[in-house]
Design a protein around this ligand. Sequence first.
Ligand SMILES: [Zn+2]
Length: 259
Amino acid sequence: MNFFYECDALTRAYILLVAFVLGLAMGSFCNAWAFRIVNGGSVAKGRSRCPRCGHELAAKDLVPLFSFLFLRGRCRYCKAKIAPRYLLAELISGLYYLSIVWAYGFSLETIRLLLLGSIVLIMSLVDLDTMELPDSLMIAAAMLSFIRLAEEPANWHSMIIGPLPAIALLGLVLIMDMLLKKESMGGGDIKLLAVFGIHLGAANCVLLLVLARILGLAASALARRKKAEPFPFGPFLAAAAWFAAIFGRKIIEAYMSLF
Ligand SMILES: [Zn+2]
């Protein structure tokens, strides 16, 4: 067991709070990174600016969550409304960090999953704007999986089998596309599913695909979208992978015990 689970309840609560705040800050960074991928410009160079009035933002405008609440969701300089999705992305990032530390404590696995989550958050934000999942981030997410070998050398087994459901799905999609003469699932989504397979294993890969489909169908029913209109599937895969990372192992064990 790791150090986190040996702490008393108060210390654990404090650590989770720190994880949440760190997640908020990383969420703010992911927002900036995604914004610059979509709109151009480098992340390292240049200060953050208001997208409408172009005013350079001061440190006090960039405090995650609190700046948004304090400024009531508006730019301090031109009073333009800041899209609530920036706040939402920060909150999601904060909750993700908290949940991963809660589930995995202090471990190499935690570091890997936190970094993976932040890369996937940037990808999801870009996907919402452009309907594309950038390959550079996909490669970074895949490379990150090599940390699994340091966690447990025997993991190489799971890393090879992990993406097989995604590869099977790719075959199925190619056949479907040929028969229906239309694209039924984006190539980027299948690549992302394969990356989740390498990180979380084959069983989780199947579980999260089913879950992402249900979430996607529910969301499109809620939004009452026409079937022909495409919508980004990446964020649904990401949400399902989050669930699988936290609860997947227990669900799969419970399922296997039925036989
Ligand atoms: Zn402004």
